[in-house]
Design a protein around this ligand. Sequence first.
Ligand code: UDP
Length: 340
Amino acid sequence: MPKTVLVTGGAGFIGSHTCVELLQHGYDVVVVDDHSNSSPRALERIAKVAGTPLAAVYGIDVRDRRALSSVFAAHRFDAVIHFAAKKAVGESVEIPLEYYDINVGGTTALLAAMHEHGVHRLVFSSSCSIYGNATEVPLTEQSPAGPTNPYARTKLLCEEILDDACRRLPELSVLALRYFNPVGAHPSGLLGEDPHGVPNNVMPYVAQVAAGRLPRLSVFGNDYPTPDGTGIRDYIHVVDVAEGHRTALEHLGDENGMRVFNLGTGVGSSVLDLVAAFSEASGRQIPYEITGRRPGDVAELVADPSAVARAWNWATTRDLATMCRDAWRFQELNPTGYGA
Ligand code: UDP
């Protein structure tokens, strides 16, 4: 019997790539997505890339407990992957209460539905942003948390809620994956990052500048204590992130309780490194200007990815050049993303 997995936020950037990875490995995949920051067209692309359809799709908000409960009643889920959340640092400073409502409220609603329907296995989408101003780089899972913005605080709070739930419910098995900066696109050029409106994140912004859709990149600060003064991040290819989720599913049964793992490459790149790599991959100039720091930003976030390597014998395989090449292919083949 194939295993059935519920993917919340399955039409989103990481969700869609993870759905492809799961379908290609024989899982039955059910998607819940309210399309607040994703296109229903991504769902058609998932089926096309994977060569097999999703088992079911529900256009609901995970906080809608009645609707969510009926989804659980209609399927026998072996596990859940919870992506559905808001994820922009800058926006979270502007509308913090929406972030708490959607990210934390969505997670507790999902946990309630899992509990009600006897589903005990969860992979949770966490974030390296919970580490905040890193006192040591690279960051291990034991590095102290110190979130510097509401988005990061919602993710840390969700981890703490999941930990509390695991202490109370010994049958639960939860893996929280703290991803660093997922970028890139599926090598087919059919799936990629297509945020609504002007992108908040640097890679889709740079792609749109390269394509001429946006005039120039604003580089948020060049006075950080880094070699070129711009922020350093550990960019990770979205297909590596997707593979990481599939691998995590396979390890949910190893032991019960709450476990956290970094998902990163261990390689840090500055904003200007990214601009140079994207320029090389696209053959285009990327005009930019240095502007002020963005509220809530930190200087450097780079993973120590060794824990996951030890636990699962798994590591990322795609470098920054591949991330830029694949992001550019998606941009070129889909100049307006998935379309209106
Ligand atoms: N960044 C930038 N210009 C932008 C967006 C982001 O200079 O238009 C910088 C940001 O300050 C950080 C890095 O790019 O140093 C990654 O930001 P992003 O929003 O992509 O991810 P985050 O690390 O905040 O989750």
